[in-house]
Design a protein around this ligand. Structure first.
Ligand code: MRU
Length: 366
C-alpha cells in the first residue's frame, strides 16, 4: 500500500508551499510522458492553467481555484474591508470565467467568498490568512469525500465478486487521482478495494481513450497502470462491442455538474455510454461529490456546455493535421447523461437513486 501512497504523492495535482506563495500543480497536458510540476503565481497563469487543462477534473479545478483566489486576494493592497472586497470580487469573477461547466469551480470560489464575508470584521491581513486555511480545508475535505464515495462503490464491487473471476469495470475520461485531491471519484472504489486487501487482479478496468483530449488514455490508464490494476485502453467507439461482449459488470464515471433531476454532465461521450449501458443492461453509476450537485439547475438542459478550440480535434495530437485546414469542427467538451439511463449517483453522503431530487434532499443536499 505504501507504494500506492507514494504514487498518489507523486501525482497529486494541486499543492502549495508552506508560505502559500504560489500554487504548485502537476501539468496534466504533459502526461503520461513527462511528470513536471509548475508554479502558478499570477492571475493569468492560474486562469490559463484551468482553461488549458493543465489542472483539470471538477474537484481539482475547485481546489486550484480556491487557492488561486486566496493567492490573488493576498496581493490586494487595499486596507479597508470594502475596498479589499471590491478588488477580491474582480479576481473571483476573472477566475470564474475560465471554464463554464464544472460547478465545483463556482462552488469553491463562492466558498472562499463566503469566508471573506463571514470575517469582514477582522483586519484585512488576517482575512487573507483565513482564506488560505479555507482553501486547505477544501483540499483536505476532498480526500475524505473521495474515500466515502470509494467505500460506497466498493460495496457495489463486493456484490459483483465471484470466485476466480475478475470484475470488469469501464470508465470514461479521468475522474481519478489527477482530477481530485487523492483517490478520485470514479477510481475511488478500485483504490478502496486495494486498501481493503483485494488483489489488483480482482479487477480489470477498461478506459475509454476519451477523444479529443485523451484523458482516459493519457491519465486514467497511467494512474491505474501505475497502481498495478490490470487496465485496457480502448477507443471511445469500441465501448459498444465491449458492453455487448458481457465483459463489463459495472461502469463508474465522474461528473462535472449534476442537475436537480439527476441529469449528469460529464466529459463528452458519457451520454452515449449511458445509452449503451442502458441498452445492454450494464449498471452505470455517476460518482460525484455533493459539491458537484447543483440544485439550482433543474435539468441537464440548463447546464452550460463548454465549446473548445477546433485544433483539439484536428491537430493537437497528430504529427500532421488530420482534417483539412479551415474545415468546420464541432467540439463540445461535455454532454449530459439522462438521469433515466443511470443506475445511481454515488455521493460522499450516500448512494442516490431516482427520484434524484428527493434522494439528494434526503441526504441534506440543497
Ligand atoms: O475537461 P476535463 O478533463 O476537466 O473533464 C473532466 C471530466 O469530465 C471528469 O469526469 C469530471 O470532471 C469528474 S473528475 C472527478
Amino acid at each position: 500500500m505504501s507504494s500506492l501512497n507514494d504514487f498518489f504523492e507523486k501525482v497529486i495535482s494541486v499543492k502549495v508551499p508552506e508560505d502559500y506563495s504560489y500554487i504548485d500543480i502537476l501539468d496534466q497536458t504533459l502526461l503520461p510522458g513527462t511528470i513536471k510540476r509548475i508554479e502558478l503565481r499570477t492571475r493569468e497563469e492560474i486562469w490559463e492553467a484551468i482553461k488549458r487543462l493543465q489542472v483539470r477534473g471538477a474537484p481539482a479545478i475547485g481546489v486550484c481555484a480556491a487557492y488561486g483566489l486566496a493567492l490573488l486576494a493576498s496581493y490586494i493592497k487595499e486596507e479597508t474591508y470594502d475596498a479589499f472586497y471590491k478588488a477580491f470580487i474582480t479576481e473571483k469573477e476573472y477566475l470564474a470565467s475560465s471554464r463554464p461547466t464544472a460547478v465545483n469551480l463556482f462552488w469553491a470560489l463562492n466558498r472562499i467568498d463566503a469566508t471573506a464575508q463571514a470575517n469582514k470584521d477582522k483586519p484585512v491581513e488576517e482575512i487573507k490568512q483565513i482564506l488560505f486555511r479555507e482553501a486547505d480545508a477544501i483540499r483536505e475535505e476532498d480526500v475524505q469525500i473521495s474515500r466515502n464515495i470509494g467505500e460506497i462503490g466498493f460495496e457495489l464491487l463486493k456484490d459483483l465478486k465471484k470466485p476466480g473471476k475478475e470484475i470488469g469495470i469501464l470508465t470514461h475520461c479521468n475522474a481519478g487521482t489527477l482530477a481530485t485531491a487523492k483517490y478520485g471519484t470514479a477510481t475511488a472504489p478500485m483504490y478502496m478495494a486495494l486498501e481493503h486487501g483485494w488483489a489488483p487482479e480482482d479487477m480489470h478496468v477498461y478506459c475509454d481513450e476519451t477523444r479529443p483530449l485523451l484523458q482516459g488514455a493519457r491519465l486514467t490508464s497511467f494512474e491505474l497502470y501505475n497502481s498495478g490494476i490490470p487496465t485496457t485502453v480502448q477507443c471511445d467507439n469500441m465501448a459498444s462491442i465491449l458492453l455487448k461482449s458481457g465483459k463489463i459488470d459495472i461502469i463508474f464515471v465522474g461528473c462535472d455538474r449534476v442537475a436537480e433531476n439527476g441529469d449528469a454532465a460529464n466529459k463528452i461521450g458519457t451520454s452515449g455510454l449511458a445509452i449503451l449501458a442502458h441498452h445492454y443492461g450494464v449498471p452505470m453509476y455517476i460518482c460525484a461529490p455533493s459539491s458537484t450537485i447543483d440544485m439550482a439547475t433543474p435539468t441537464g438542459e440548463e447546464i452550460p456546455i463548454e465549446m473548445r478550440d477546433h485544433d483539439e480535434v484536428t491537430a493537437m495530437w497528430y504529427k500532421e493535421r488530420m482534417a483539412p485546414e479551415g474545415v468546420d469542427v464541432f467540439n463540445p467538451a461535455f454532454d449530459v447523461a439522462d438521469h433515466r439511463l443511470l443506475t445511481g449517483i454515488i455521493t460522499e453522503k450516500g448512494l442516490c437513486t431516482a427520484p434524484y431530487g428527493d434522494a439528494f434532499r434526503a441526504l441534506g443536499i440543497h
